[in-house]
Write a protein that binds this ligand. Structure first.
Ligand SMILES: NC(=O)c1ccc[n+]([C@@H]2O[C@H](COP(=O)([O-])OP(=O)(O)OC[C@H]3O[C@@H](n4cnc5c(N)ncnc54)[C@H](OP(=O)(O)O)[C@@H]3O)[C@@H](O)[C@H]2O)c1
Length: 285
């Protein structure tokens, strides 16, 4: 199905989760530097979000920047906000993540890294699938990492394994890359691309918790996610994993059975039809 060409008289709309953080704020600012974009910062801390909006408006001169208070680790918070969303959505950047040093659970009783770094991405795509489809061509960019591995489908929440924040983080970033493949296949017929990337190595609250420094600036770290969000390459390719603006071989998405097993596992945390693979409502495009 070929999506209709975008209406250039209307602003294009982008959502960026975790836009009060090091890389997320730089992603939001770089997208807002394009005056044809409206950018919504999806953030859990309203005071920080207000400051980030002011900063980005001052830096870019783009007044179409605002925030939405959302806790992406809670499906109810995402859904309550998404239910009131009116209008188009062209770019969704899933970026919010945590790596707490001790095992924590959300108020819904889900291990916090899995809830934020994996289900947060999953629920955002689910909640906005219909808007992305209606706004196609549209894109999802999942900020993942080269630091990924050790996914255990039998112990996604570190109940059986002893919690280690580094291991839980690597698992979550592997899951982001796998889910990218799962959503890409489902959304391709509707003109919505889904890609994952490593951003850069940036000093941040998250990298500090993992014991990493980070030699790049947030603006450098934002380059590949922003390139996927804006460059034509990010609209032409789907289901890929990128580093430094280049598609890399990613072993994680190669096994169809494990891709679907993780997708199904995430659905069990969020028994929310419709699955975009089977749902054909909406009719556009
Ligand atoms: N830094 C690196 O070197 C590096 C390397 C590879 C990949 N990454 C990836 O890059 C992304 C951004 O990381 P970062 O280094 O910029 O981290 P960061 O500075 O710690 O920012 C994380 C952001 O996520 C937000 N967040 C956390 N939990 C949330 C929730 N429940 N609801 C809404 N927002 C929430 C934080 O909000 P608060 O401001 O309220 O805390 C913050 O805005 C992550 O996906 C990470 O895995 C980073």
């Amino acid at each position: 199905m070929t999506p209709e060409a975008p209406d250039s008289s209307q602003p294009r709309v982008a959502l960026v989760t975790g836009a009060t953080g090091a890389i997320g704020k730089a992603i939001a600012r770089q997208i807002a530097a394009h005056p044809d974009f409206e950018v919504v910062l999806v953030c859990r801390d309203e005071a920080k979000a207000e400051r980030a909006v002011r900063e980005i408006v001052a830096a870019t001169g783009n007044s179409k920047v605002r925030y939405a208070p959302v806790d992406v680790s809670r499906r109810s918070s995402i859904e309550a906000w998404a239910a009131g969303w009116r209008g188009p959505l062209h770019v969704l950047v899933n970026n919010a993540a945590v790596a707490p040093r001790t095992r924590q659970e959300t108020p819904d009783g889900i291990e916090r890294q899995f809830a934020t770094n994996v289900l947060g991405y999953f629920w955002m795509v689910q909640a906005f699938t219909e808007h992305l489809r209606r706004s196609a061509p549209a894109r999802v960019v999942n900020v993942a990492s080269y630091w990924a591995g050790d996914l255990d489908l039998g112990d996604l929440e570190f109940v059986r394994r002893r919690y280690n924040n580094n291991e839980a983080y690597r698992q979550s970033k592997q899951a982001d890359r796998i889910l990218t493949v799962a959503f890409a296949a489902r959304l391709k017929p509707f003109g919505v691309t889904v890609n994952a990337c490593h951003p850069g190595d940036v000093r941040s609250a998250l990298s500090g918790n993992l014991g990493f420094g980070g030699a790049q600036t947030p603006d450098e770290g934002a380059q590949t996610p922003v390139w996927l969000a804006l460059d034509s390459a990010g609209g032409e390719q789907t289901g890929q994993y990128f580093e430094h603006g280049k598609a890399m071989h990613c072993p994680f998405g190669a096994h169809r059975v494990s891709v679907e097993a993780l997708y199904e596992a995430c659905l069990r945390f969020s028994p929310m039809p419709p699955d975009p693979a089977t749902d054909r409502r909406g009719g556009h495009p």
